[in-house]
Ligand binder design. Structure first.
Ligand code: HEM
Length: 439
């Protein structure tokens, strides 16, 4: 481990894959304080996330760190609190409701194109930042009941800055007490104050509006009925913002990088998109997704190669036998979608971008049982609540933007991967966007 510390920091999934290749599907790291186990066999992944999920909880460094920002929102919570809040929020992600959100996604994209280009026919921008801005607009329009009315920039800035500090904190070899006035802690306190004020404002604005089916309205109703506290509602709103925009933004940014590096795939997407009916003044609805099988396959394949949630962790609550070994209670278990989804044994030519793998089904490997070789959204009871939304949203964004613009990352071959809270391109993604005249 000491010899590989550089690789571990730079490319953690490569280090995990190397350990699995050398020591097998169950690896126990020789760490002094707590046991850390890496599981990379798809059967064992299924067992932890689904088959014997009750034996595992979320009190890991990964989720405790995230909870410094999101509090006890769905992503980081456990047990009864998690069950109660998942029940409150699930209706907001019902399949039919998600289908009806497609028009709002299209509208947000059209507005974004107008804002980015104005009267110009081309411009240069940081595509990564631009996708973050767009996906935050979409979270607001679909889950929070309306636009963030001037709060978007400070929200993104505060969330990113807070996450940056907590990730750096988690990577410190020795824990630094919260009370120490380090520059990082001061920055974190400032970001959290900005975030809390902005979220309070978003909740108050929504409360004064009309009742709706959006998740924020469900949360406000739960608060009024005594099913949730004010703090819990705040934590869920921050969770929706954190979990709902950076993940989709990363998927989109990587999709543009992959398309730019694979002109034949890009041409096929262009052809599919060009054949869509004119959106006219009414815009597109979810019906267009039926006509975008290839674009959807591009997204699915992108999620295989660049899963934003590149690592998923659990803490064992009781002894369990995995792959023939006994995992004791209190152990940290690491599962990596990135490492498993790039394993040649389950994915021939694993490092190649081949959307055709996913034609016919979004995720042939993501069936309800059997080995889990593809799990960008996790699995079992803690499956991503926003999965259907993300799988509608990402192709819809690509189709809407690709129809209006030509999106050109400037140096797609030079993009490096940054394994932070999510897997993102390091240092942003400079790109050129040009209006298409012929459509
Ligand atoms: C491509 C986009 C996305 C990816 C790759 C993704 C990935 C994931 C993964 C892997 C998990 C499970 C984590 C675990 O088991 O420890 C998860 C959970 C979650 N995701 Fe997503 N997600 C995406 C989009 C979204 C969206 C759009 C939302 C909407 C708000 C969202 C909200 C959540 C929430 C609240 C949870 C916690 C669910 C629970 O434990 O009950 N995600 N996501």
């Amino acid at each position: 481990m000491l010899r590989n510390i550089g690789l571990m920091r730079r490319r953690p999934p490569a280090f995990l894959a190397q350990c699995a290749a050398r020591y097998g599907p169950v690896v126990r790291f020789p760490l002094p304080r707590s046991e850390v186990w890496l599981l990379s066999d798809p059967d064992d992944v299924r067992r932890v996330l689904q088959g014997n999920h009750k034996a595992y909880g979320k009190r890991t460094i990964q989720y405790d760190t995230l909870a410094l920002v999101t509090g006890t929102g769905l992503l980081a919570s456990d047990a009864d609190l998690w069950r109660r809040m998942r029940r409150v929020m699930s209706p907001g992600f019902h399949h039919d409701l998600v289908t009806s959100m497609a028009a709002a996604v299209h509208e947000a994209c059209a507005a974004w194109v107008g804002r980015v280009l104005g009267e110009e026919s081309e411009t240069e921008l940081d595509l990564d930042a631009a996708m973050l801005e767009l996906t935050l607009d979409i979270v607001a329009a679909t889950l929070l009941g309306g636009p963030l009315a001037g709060r978007a920039d400070e929200l993104v800035e505060a969330v990113m800055s807070a996450l940056h500090v907590v990730v750096a904190k988690a990577q410190q070899p020795l824990p630094i007490p919260e009370a120490w006035p380090t520059p990082g802690h001061r920055r974190l306190r400032h970001s959290m104050a900005v975030l809390d004020a902005a979220v309070d404002d978003v909740i108050a604005t929504r409360r004064s509006g009309e009742p709706g089916t959006d998740t924020l309205w469900l949360l406000i109703t739960a608060l009024d009925e005594g099913l949730a506290s004010e703090r819990e509602v705040r934590d869920e709103v921050v969770t929706l913002i954190v979990a709902g925009h950076e993940t989709v933004a990363a998927t989109l940014t990587w999709s543009w990088v992959l398309l730019a590096g694979h002109p034949e795939v890009e041409r096929r997407v262009d052809t599919e998109v060009a054949a869509l009916p004119d959106p006219g003044t009414r815009g597109w609805d979810a019906g267009v997704l039926e006509r975008l099988p290839y674009t959807r396959a591009v997204v699915a394949e992108c999620l295989r190669l660049y899963p934003p949630a590149w690592v998923i962790t659990r803490r064992s609550l009781e002894p369990d036998v995995v792959g023939g070994f006994e995992v004791p209670p209190g152990a940290t278990v690491i599962l990596s979608p990135y490492a498993v989804q790039r394993d040649e044994r389950w994915w021939p030519n694993a490092d190649e971008f081949v959307p055709e793998r996913f034609l016919g089904a979004i995720s042939p490997a993501e069936t309800a049982s059997g080995p889990l070789t593809y799990f960008p959204f996790g699995a079992g009871p803690r499956l991503c609540i926003g999965r259907d939304l993300a799988l509608m949203e990402a192709p819809m964004v690509i189709a809407t933007l690709a129809r209006a613009l030509r999106v050109r990352p400037l140096r797609p071959g030079a993009v490096r991967q940054d394994f932070g809270v999510t897997l993102r391109p390091k240092g942003g993604l400079p790109a050129e966007v040009t209006r298409r005249r012929h459509r």
